[in-house]
Design a protein around this ligand. Structure first.
Ligand code: SFD
Ligand code: AMP
Length: 609
């Protein structure tokens, strides 16, 4: 098969046109008016990424113009919620800029709900504001489209490129058009990776025809992590996987119900359980238990204790709070704006939320840098805030020169959500413009490197066309595996050995080491993935990215010998939180030449008292 190659030269390449990518395009367009700024997106940016369906709240807004919160307050909140471990410089940097982002969204037409009495934005909670957000993504994407020199939709990036003579510097990326198969080579002086988080790395609770249903977007395939790990970027907190409490089966988020509607959760027998285990939790996890608000992972922990004791289902009592028309509308719009599947579950299971409580369930683990966890790249902070341990020249630059990240890509800074991810894109882009101004030469990439990658990328199509002849019908082949068969194997392994929902998020060193052996065998089979068309080729590369992300998660989980975030993951062999030894970031780096992983710690410095 002969497939065309197209080469695009640009100054700044933004990979992923989600919230962070749109923020990066907007800001790069502002500071780098004369630069060629290119966005490449595997879907269509108008409806791509986690916000494709819309959202009903903006979960990160300080409200500084009304003196509601300060950046210091936000740092304290995120530090407590993450059981002590956040990069305070990055959190502060998001907090001091995020309000201006939200004001831009409003200017561009996003309907933000006002509190008629105070004249301020209507609060869902201390950090969250309510929006009519079904069209959130198209509004944000329009601003990015206007700012960028060009948007390339439907191109999946599979690999990053580094400078031929100096592999410590970024040089661009390669990928393919998922509809017409053209092989694309993007050469760039700086690259901003904003390609979202990781789902379907762990076995989802949904099965059969519903298996695509997860809370976080199923098309968030760990690309952000795999791409940058592949070029040797240092990673942090990959063991900090996210488990969210959600409405059962539809994965409807709980924030609006708990915070705005003040719904209460109980066990099967009507008992409120959340604060029931404080004494036990304090003995295991120390004073973090007394944080206000109660940390997200500990809320999960309390619920899991109830389930282990057999006192489930856990109910959220929607029927007790929908007592006015306004509240009823808020409750329905919450899901219609961002998780329609939940309203479909209600309809299909005869649940009227005004009359009947709904069941809650904890999700499978996700890998994310923007929600209540912070896996991702170890990045430089801003010059005016960051101590020397956290600063190496350019804000949000990874340890690879010229390679920046934002949103789910960047580790150590949780609770950014949609607005903070866009904001971080802006911060990364401003720094990338400065980087390009100071290093205007285009890095070198050899024709051989590009040709080798082209062969590798299209290999699954070859595997199919050769192996297909060895079977008469069906999908089970002696010579190849399809990506969807493979992903089930990955999910099962991660679930059973690396603390998925099956063993109640619990693992230990023996399980983890066996998991690593199995993952190593699974990796051998990656060479045999087959794709019968371009869609399946995309699935094949998404699988590669998921496997790389999974390996990072597994290795980090082995390394941290404590239970830092109960409710997200339990190390049964080290059931306590151990601040004396583990109040540090766990970081890793893949050596590209040898394939060896290095794991080590970095200090966690307190900057805000
Ligand atoms: O309540 C490639 N999120 C919420 N944020 C809020 O502010 N409020 C809420 O109410 C939120 N809730 C919520 C949220 C998400 C979801 C799915 C639900 C509910 C159901 C979280 C935010 O959405 C999240 O924090 C940000 O979107 C993160 O931004 P970013 O840019 O890091 O990720 P993205 O938006 O998914 O964009 C990634 C883009 O990259 C593309 N891509 N392109 C090219 N090549 C590749 N290899 C690529 N791989 C990926 C993607 O297509 C995408 O466009 S609540 O539940 O918390
Ligand atoms: P969710 O809808 O679960 O994604 O949560 C949205 C936001 O509300 C996030 O910032 C959560 O941390 C926060 N949140 C959800 N439930 C609670 C709760 N019971 N107490 C405090 N914060 C919460």
């Amino acid at each position: 098969m002969i497939l065309k190659t197209k080469t695009v030269n640009c100054d700044i390449l933004i990979i992923g046109g989600g919230m962070a990518g749109c923020g990066a395009a907007y800001e790069a367009g502002y500071w780098g008016r004369n630069l060629n700024i290119v966005v490449v997106e595997k879907a269509q940016i108008e409806r791509s990424g986690a916000v494709a369906m819309g959202l009903s709240a903006i979960n990160c807004y300080m409200g500084m113009r009304w003196n509601e919160n300060t950046p210091e307050d936000f740092v304290r909140y995120t530090r407590n919620d993450l059981m002590g471990l956040v990069r305070e410089d990055l959190e502060f940097d998001i907090a001091r800029h995020v309000d201006s982002t939200v004001h831009l969204f409003e200017e561009w037409g996003l309907p933000i709900i006002y509190d008629q009495q105070t004249g301020r934005y209507k609060r869902e909670g201390k950090w969250q504001i309510l929006i009519h957000g079904e069209s959130y993504k198209p509004i944000v994407a329009e601003a990015a489209t206007k700012a960028a020199s060009k948007i390339y939709n439907r191109i999946m990036i599979t690999h990053l490129l580094t400078d031929e003579t100096y592999p410590g510097r970024i040089a661009g990326a390669v990928g393919f058009h998922v509809r017409e198969g053209t092989f694309y080579v993007f050469r760039a002086k700086a690259v901003i990776v904003a390609s979202g988080g990781g789902t379907h790395i762990y076995r989802p609770r949904s099965v059969g025809e519903g298996a695509g249903r997860t809370w976080y977007a199923p098309w968030s395939t760990g690309s952000a992590y795999a791409l940058i790990i592949g070029v040797g970027a240092e990673m942090t907190q990959m063991e900090n996987k996210l488990v969210v409490t959600r409405f059962k089966d539809g994965y409807g988020p709980v924030g609006a119900w708990f915070l705005a509607l003040k719904a209460v959760a109980t066990n099967a027998y009507g008992e409120a359980y959340e604060m029931k285990y404080l004494k036990d939790q304090r003995a295991l996890y120390g004073n973090y238990v007394d944080s206000k608000p109660f940390p997200t992972c500990l809320r999960n922990d309390a619920m899991l204790r109830e389930i282990k004791a057999g006192r489930h289902p856990i109910y959220i009592h929607t029927e007790r709070v929908l007592d006015t028309r306004e509240k009823e509308e808020l409750g329905h719009e919450d899901f219609l704006d961002m998780t329609m599947s939940q309203t479909i579950v209600w309809a299909s299971q005869n649940i009227d939320p005004k009359k009947t409580p709904s069941e809650l369930q904890t999700s499978e683990p996700y890998i994310m840098g923007s929600h209540a966890t912070c896996s991702g790249a170890w990045a430089s902070g801003p010059q005016d805030l960051s101590p020397k341990e956290y600063f190496w020249g350019y804000n949000r630059m990874t340890t690879v020169e010229g390679l920046f990240g934002a949103g789910d890509t960047i580790g150590g800074s949780a609770h950014k959500f949609s607005s903070g991810s866009f904001t971080e894109g802006r911060l990364a882009a401003k720094a990338a413009v400065a980087y390009v101004a100071e290093r205007p030469a285009m890095p070198e990439v050899s024709e051989k490197t590009v040709a080798d990658l082209k062969t590798e990328i299209f290999q699954p199509l070859e595997n199919f066309s050769l192996g297909r002849n060895l079977i008469v019908k069906g999908t089970v082949s002696p010579s190849y595996l399809y990506a969807d068969q493979f992903v089930i194997r990955l999910e099962k392994l991660m679930d059973e050995y690396v603390g998925g929902w099956g063993p109640m998020y619990t693992t230990n060193e023996i399980l983890l080491n066996r998991g690593l052996e199995l993952l190593t065998m699974l990796k051998d089979d990656l060479a045999h993935v087959a794709a019968e068309d371009l869609h399946q080729l995309q699935r094949a590369w998404e699988l590669h990215h998921r496997v790389m992300t999974a390996e990072a998660v597994l290795r980090h989980t082995i390394f941290r010998k404590e239970t830092r975030w109960p409710g997200y993951c339990y190390r049964a062999d080290f059931p306590k939180l151990d601040d004396e030894h583990w109040h540090v970031f766990v970081n890793s780096k893949l050596d590209r030449a040898t394939g060896n992983w290095q794991l080590f710690t970095r200090p966690c410095l307190q900057l805000v008292t």
